[in-house]
Design a protein. Structure first.
Length: 74
């Protein structure tokens, strides 16, 4: 994961589901922060998440995770 953070950005921990996950979210898996680079919608509300590291995670409709999300404040 790159250490760069845009200026004027605010980081917040939020609870995400397969419906609310976004590109750029950072999810900690097994103690390692993983940044979401791509998403693929699958049937029944399932999403497949692709990370910068090349790893893949399938997030089911009822899964709830905590992610770090950067939001720009102007």
């Amino acid at each position: 994961m790159r250490g760069w953070s845009p200026s004027g950005a605010l980081a917040a921990n939020i609870e995400i589901t397969s419906a609310s996950v976004q590109r750029g979210d950072v999810i900690q898996i097994g103690g390692q922060p993983c940044r979401v680079t791509d998403l693929v919608q699958l049937p029944a509300g399932v999403k497949r998440l692709f990370f910068e590291s090349g790893e893949v995670l399938t997030m089911h409709a009822r899964s709830r995770l905590v992610a770090l999300r950067l939001t720009r404040k102007w």
